[in-house]
Design a protein around this ligand. Structure first.
Ligand SMILES: NC(=O)c1ccc[n+]([C@@H]2O[C@H](COP(=O)([O-])OP(=O)(O)OC[C@H]3O[C@@H](n4cnc5c(N)ncnc54)[C@H](OP(=O)(O)O)[C@@H]3O)[C@@H](O)[C@H]2O)c1
Length: 383
């Protein structure tokens, strides 16, 4: 019985019985020691929540050991950078449809560098840049070990902030511009929340596709600066919520073809503002609900304009389109634009990983227009 759970040793005539569990610990410690000696990572720091709640209160930084050896199908990653998105906040609050088991590591997107690959991993090698292929992966950490199949390889000659924010907002913008209406050069897209990360991606991709954009933002003291920033990205028109309800807005819209596509991440009465100008049988796609208000849809838009009220969720699209030609084409397009510098990260602040508390709080303030991006700068064994 003992021989299955322990081994016997004889040393200088003395007999020892050592439980196998102890032997495994000693072996792992030795492996970690040699990894440390070779300058390789032995542990990871992560921003973790054990309960759902206010992200400013429930997040903690914890350190845990990395497994001493990779399994055949596993990859060791050094996380480089990861943004703080509204969906990350909602997930920690427990109000997002994806709920990783607790305790969970925060963050859904981010970019990592491959450090080591297991013997059966194909298509990845040290130095490659990768992003997680699904929501709830937990990107707010310094190192990670995971199966290679959980990762998508991206070019490693992209600017770091762009790479860290590539998988959610630009892909959402791309799908919304291509999947709902057949748009041709010169067509018009109208959107609210136009300064959001998605909004900025819509502006850049639409300009790339020779589409015109009418972009609605909330007014603020530095509105001129915001208008300039969005126009520099390729926005055709940038207007405020207040302007939308003026006669000048009607003049502006008369000078343009009627928008076939409207994009909404705000909700409430702001939806009626978009629908007022949408073309007959056009599509209004809702992808976010930042005001937390139900959509206000005028009856006339449905009866007399027969508009299509649709929704879009990138997570679902990814789940339903793994390894499809559409997914490959999207990545080729988005990756190519990012490599050439024609698709840039949203306006952002790079924040050292250690200062995650400030970054999370900042990401929850209104009228900021600056995506907070955590930068890991992980040195193995720095503790
Ligand atoms: N469905 C999908 O697949 C998908 C994918 C990506 C993102 N999203 C959703 O899209 C939305 C934007 O995400 P993001 O990463 O682009 O966000 P972001 O860069 O953090 O920007 C947030 C945007 O929301 C606006 N906003 C915040 N509170 C508001 C309020 N009470 N009323 C009106 N506007 C408000 C902000 O405007 P101010 O600057 O005026 O505060 C800003 O334009 C979120 O709801 C997110 O969950 C959905």
């Amino acid at each position: 019985m003992i021989s299955r759970i322990a081994s016997k040793f004889n040393f200088c005539g003395l007999a020892f019985t050592v439980p196998h569990e102890r032997i495994a610990f000693a072996r792992n410690d030795a492996l970690r020691y040699f990894k440390r000696f070779r300058g390789l990572a032995t542990h990871s720091d992560a921003i973790v929540y054990t309960d759902h709640g206010d992200p400013r209160k429930v997040l903690r930084r914890v350190t845990h050991d990395l497994p001493p050896q990779l399994k055949n199908d596993e990859v060791l990653l050094r996380m480089l950078a990861a943004p703080i998105n509204p969906a990350d906040i909602n997930m920690i609050q427990g109000v997002y449809p994806v709920r990783p088991a607790l305790p969970a590591v925060g963050g859904n997107e981010g970019v990592a560098e491959v450090v080591e690959v297991g013997s059966s991993v194909t298509g990845l090698q040290p130095g490659n840049w990768v992003i997680p292929s699904f929501s709830g992966w937990g990107t707010w950490k310094t190192f990670a070990v995971c199966p290679g199949t959980e990762l998508i390889k991206i070019p490693n000659d992209i600017l770091l902030p762009t790479a860290a924010t590539l998988s959610v907002n630009p892909c959402t913008a791309y799908r919304m511009l291509t999947d709902f209406e057949q748009l041709s050069p010169g067509d018009v897209v109208i959107q609210n929340g136009a300064n959001s990360g998605v909004g900025q991606a819509v502006i850049q991709l639409a300009a790339e596709m020779s589409l015109k954009t009418v972009n609605i933002v909330r007014s603020r003291p530095d509105i001129d600066q915001l208008v300039k920033m969005l126009k520099d990205l390729g926005a055709s028109h940038v207007i405020t919520d207040e302007f939308v309800r003026t006669p000048e807005m009607q003049e502006l819209m008369k000078s343009l073809p009627k928008p076939k596509l409207g994009l909404n991440c705000v909700g409430g009465k702001h939806v009626a503002d978009l629908l007022k100008y949408l073309a007959k049988r056009g599509s209004l796609v809702t992808y976010g609900g930042m005001s937390k208000q139900p959509l206000m849809v005028p009856t006339g838009s449905l009866i007399f304009n027969d508009v299509k009220i649709r929704g879009y969720w990138m997570t679902q699209w990814n789940n339903e389109n793994k390894n499809t030609t559409e997914s490959e084409e999207m990545w080729k397009y988005i990756g190519g634009l990012a490599q050439s510098g024609r698709l840039r990260a949203p306006v952002h602040t790079l924040v050292p990983f250690e200062q995650f508390t400030d970054a999370v709080a900042k990401s929850m303030e209104p009228l900021i227009t600056r995506k907070q991006i955590l930068v890991m700068d992980s040195k193995p064994n720095k503790n």
